[in-house]
Design a binder for this molecule. Sequence first.
Ligand SMILES: [Fe+2]
Length: 642
Amino acid sequence: MVKRLTSRPLLIAAVLIVCIALTPILIILNRQPMITSAPQLLTDPFLQLPTENSVRVVWFTEFAGSRHTVRYGQGLSRTAIATTTKLSRTREDQKSKVGKQTQEGQIYQQPTKRDIWRHEARITGLTAGRRVPYQVTSVREDDQKVSSHQFTLAPKPAAGTPLKILLTSDHQLMPMTAANLQKVDETIGQVDAVFLAGDLVNIPDRASEWFDDNRGGAFFPCLQGRADYELEKEGRKTTYKGGELIQYAPLFPAVGNHEVMGRFSNERNLNDQFNDPYPRTIAQKLYQIKAKYLNPKNDLNVRQSWLKNNSFNTDTYNEIFTLPQNKSGGENNYAVTFGDIRLVVLYITNIWRTPSLEADAKGRYREREKDLNNPITWGYGQHIFEPVAKGSVQYKWLEKELNSPEFKQAKYKMVMFHHPPHSLGDNIVPAYTYPMQLIERDEEGRIKAVRYEYPKAKDYIIRDVVPLLESAGVKLVFYGHSHLWNRFVSPSGMHFLETSNVGNSYGAYIGNKKRPVPTGFKAEYTAAGDPNGLEPVMPTLAPLMGDDQQPQPYIASNDITAFSILDTGTGTVSSYRFDTRSPESKVIKFDEFRLSEPIDSKKVRNKDTVLLAGVALILTILIIAAGLAGILPQSIIKLPFP
Ligand SMILES: [Fe+2]
């Protein structure tokens, strides 16, 4: 047996000494690493709210930082300081596809706040028609800085400037969106503005849908040429990067149903919250019942905050964009003059609910069987977020806008909103009206069913808005929501365009293809065709052929993506398609229609020439007259006669 060489106390002392000696080393090794990775911008900068001599530059970071600036002008010699705000509702959750989370709930088990800072600088002293370079720089708390690439900016274009405007909508991180915007960039090049008729993302409070969804197709990357979206078609994979568009061109969006977030929760996933908007009127009734307990001091802020969290809001959308203000108080309808265009944007959208009539459907036509005796859990059908019916605040604002000199003088009178007035798509049915609730009871008074009807005669868009637009001489009504391309013309010549087959399609309902509509209900629910009575216009250049080899008056495809360009120089709206099954194939212009006469540059040149010749002639006569009168020395004018 080996005899122990050391006694126990000695051994303990030795261990202690080693531990004490190692402690500083362990502390150093275990210390949280310093922020060593270089700072990054969460987006490239993009342009907002141009005026005659200024424009806003906006970008996002995941650090508050200390100095956020835009350098601009020749040699980037001028500097504008940005104002920084923090997005208040952006979160990630179990359904986010962000960072290392590729499967549901891998990292996030519940909605978790995500800190994102927004920087906005106003660039002033600009001249219409003159682009200047710019670059943004953000400085992190550790003094490390990061700069964007250089882009160019400009204020509003002057009237008479030929412009190319991208008309788009319903991006929603759908499979073909990155390809679509890449083809816009490759085909058209730099556009002058982007008009986006709603549904930018799917869940507005999920930060990664705007900034960095790990499938590569988030909103900003697609519109900034920084997407990395792999599209697989017929066994071939192609990666699309989107288009570098909004770094150079202002973006004017409208609110779609996917910009509206429903009732707030710290537990339910963000999809559930999105799908759970509550009508404000019902939320107000609930508030009244609980007011004493919820808000004993009757604080207005507490009341408003409760109502917002228990109905719906567009806070994230409103915090991301800086849009023209209107004086009526509504924050999601606005009007702007851009070159020859007067664009009027309306807040016309409602919650989308399933057309299913099954017992478990919290749908557009019924409440769930299990909810019948619990009105708090009802969905209240496809309720409308902001009234637009005759007499509403928004309608009155529209009336006023259509009577304004800015609108009346504009060459292109254009209106944009999300919900379709004319469409072959699914979402145009039922009518755009507040759901009419019908409660059926048995003999004992127990609720047997809660149904919703949508009388066509009360469609606020068709009954109230469209006639107003017609009488004001609107040329183009532009919208989205059904994810297809189709267009219509009213008897008076007003054009209607839906160019929402961007990332995907939900089909066209025409001929034998019927929408899922209820039978045995009182109101009329149109199964095929445009429920509001217009025939779709056949594309003028290269319509797609159906299975029957007949030309189709629409594009509703999950393989072929479409986009439209309003060209104020030529006075036309042109639509293009690209077949993602053949990545090398060319983009095809398939439709074109005229809104106005082209800007006749020859005529303009001729006018200028006549003017110049006139001035030259007058000057010559004056010089000769001055010479004859002896005011000028004869040697200067050298008259051709003695
Ligand atoms: Fe929509």
